[in-house]
Design a protein around this ligand. Structure first.
Ligand code: AMP
Length: 513
């Protein structure tokens, strides 16, 4: 399939794709869309950057538009479950831009921001809900979301969901969904757990694999610097002195490590900001926005916070700390070389990380070129092993390009609110309730309660249910409470005709995005 025309998509969607400058479908789009339009289930093995968001969003928008249904209070026609807030926002942004002119509604919900506006937003139901598991379970448990109108369920980044400990939450959510539905599961990798989950979830799915499992993204030049731990900051600042590095994403293992590094970069007059789970949503969005706009050169992130980030101009990814699991290496370096660009991935490996380096090299089936160009390595004697190992495999010289690779590239963009999918619902900041969300989140900046808002253990930051001792996941018989809660809340906010008021409404906040 060489162009979008042969997919016979709605004229509005074609117009939106044109406006985005998409000429041809990416491989996953070409392979998946025709089957998804026919209502088939899908197992998609694809990383972010392959165009998978459009691959599922376009057929969903078609389906919902061709069969318009009025959603009931709390009703959801499509649920897209995704592991992180950033990813949820980006998916929602994509949906809004692809669905411009279709008169559908979308809402994104995640933790770490106000609960109330999300309750209000769900009162009239939505066509498309993009959610992280923790906050979604809160809303389900408190009776603000019901799935009797659900038609499509998308489980995105399933492998990452499992890594983040969401499996129990996911199972609880799935148990609430009607069994008659179209289900799409996407995962960058296919470990046994995911394969089992796919078997239990999907009904005669088509399988689309656009990247060989656990290989690394094409066009990324990968190097490793063997360095003493204490010399890592100096090494990084020394490399960043090269003004050709315009936009670098630096991964640290811990949140505190990220904050410490930002301070060190500041001291070296290198503009940087951190994003991680201890930052409020507002702070994370600000940091991302400044990075996207080129106001800061370096974004320091932990794996979870950076998951799914789509910033096409990232030219360098630094693994300041090597990731504990080799697959994260693949996800991390996939943040560069997006949208057809080239990129560099530079890893720092201290003595304690040699094993991790080995497992990465095993996974990507190549040894990384050792970069000795920069001072400050201070490599301890044991580290000399690694270069030898490389040379014994055929020994690349410094600067030699890595050859292994995988797939097409790209990513997304995002925010939180109920919006008109047709783009008229506007950005969160434009709607009353979204302003509320922002205020809430900035008040909560860095407060303990805003921490790890999306993680299974601490998600109930500001929800009413967070006061309860049981997690949402342990709440079983909530149906009755649910109705009570809904009754209570709608009483306060119904209009004369008895229909619930909603602050950011689908058909009222008309503003083109
Ligand atoms: P993903 O994160 O895998 O959904 O990749 C999305 C990135 O690829 C975003 O930057 C999109 O704007 C871009 N993208 C998606 N589909 C296409 C296409 N057919 N042509 C060009 N860019 C696309």
């Amino acid at each position: 399939m060489s162009d979008f025309k042969s997919l016979n998509l709605l004229p509005s969607i074609m117009k939106a794709l044109n406006a985005k400058g998409y000429k041809n479908p990416t491989p996953i789009q070409a392979q998946a869309i025709p089957y998804l339009l026919k209502g088939r289930d899908l197992l998609g093995i694809a990383q972010t950057g392959t165009g998978k968001t459009a691959a599922f969003a376009l057929p969903i928008l078609e389906r919902l538009t061709k069969n318009k249904v009025r959603t009931r209070s709390g009703g959801v026609r499509t649920l897209i479950l995704t592991p992180t807030r950033e990813l949820a926002s980006q998916i929602d942004d994509n949906i809004v831009s692809y669905g411009k002119g279709l008169r559908l509604s979308s809402q994104v919900v995640f933790g770490g921001v106000g609960y109330r506006p999300q309750i209000v937003a769900m009162r009239r139901g939505v066509d498309i809900l993009v959610a992280t598991p923790g906050r979604l379970l809160d809303l389900i448990s408190d009776g603000h979301i019901v799935f009797d109108q659900l038609e499509v369920f998308v489980l995105d980044e399933a492998d990452r969901m499992l890594d983040m400990g969401f499996i129990r939450d996911i199972k609880k959510i799935i148990a609430k969904l009607p069994s008659k539905r179209q289900t799409l599961l996407f995962s960058a990798t296919m470990p046994n757990d995911i394969a089992k989950l796919a078997t239990s979830l999907l009904n005669d799915p088509i399988r689309v694999e656009v990247t060989p499992q656990a290989t690394t993204v094409e066009k990324i030049e990968q190097k490793v610097n063997l360095v003493q731990k204490s010399n890592k900051p100096l090494l990084l600042t020394s490399i960043l002195k090269d003004s050709a590095i315009k936009s670098a994403l630096v991964f640290t293992r811990t949140k505190h490590g990220a904050d410490r590094l930002v301070k060190k970069l500041d001291q070296a007059s290198i503009s940087a900001a951190a994003i991680h789970g201890n930052k409020s949503q507002g702070a994370r969005e600000r940091a991302l926005g400044n990075f996207r706009a080129g106001k800061i050169r370096v974004l320091v992130a932990t794996d979870i916070a950076a998951r799914g980030i789509d910033i096409p101009q990232v030219s360098h990814v630094f693994n300041y700390d090597l990731p504990n699991d080799a697959e994260s290496y693949v996800h991390r370096i996939g943040r560069t070389a997006r949208a057809g660009r080239e990129g560099k991935a530079i890893s720092f490996c201290d003595e304690s990380e040699l094993k991790l380096l080995k497992s990465i090299e095993k996974l990507i089936k190549q040894s990384l070129t050792v970069d000795k160009k920069h001072p400050y390595h201070g490599a301890p004697p044991t580290l000399t092993k690694s270069p030898q190992r490389n040379s014994s495999r055929g020994g690349r010289s410094d600067g030699q390009r890595s050859k292994r690779a995988d797939a097409p590239n790209k990513g997304r963009g995002g925010t939180s609110r109920t919006r008109k999918v047709d783009g008229q619902g506007s950005k969160r900041a434009d709607t009353p309730s979204s302003r509320k969300v922002d205020r809430t989140s900035s008040r909560k900046a860095d407060s303990p309660s805003s921490r790890k808002a999306d993680s299974p253990s601490s998600r109930k930051t500001d929800s009413p249910s967070s006061r309860k001792t049981d997690g949402p996941s342990s709440k079983g018989a909530e149906a009755q409470d649910t109705r009570k809660t809904e009754g209570r809340t709608s009483k306060k906010t119904t209009n004369k005709r008895g229909t619930p008021k909603r602050k950011s409404r689908r058909f009222s906040t008309r503003k083109s995005v």
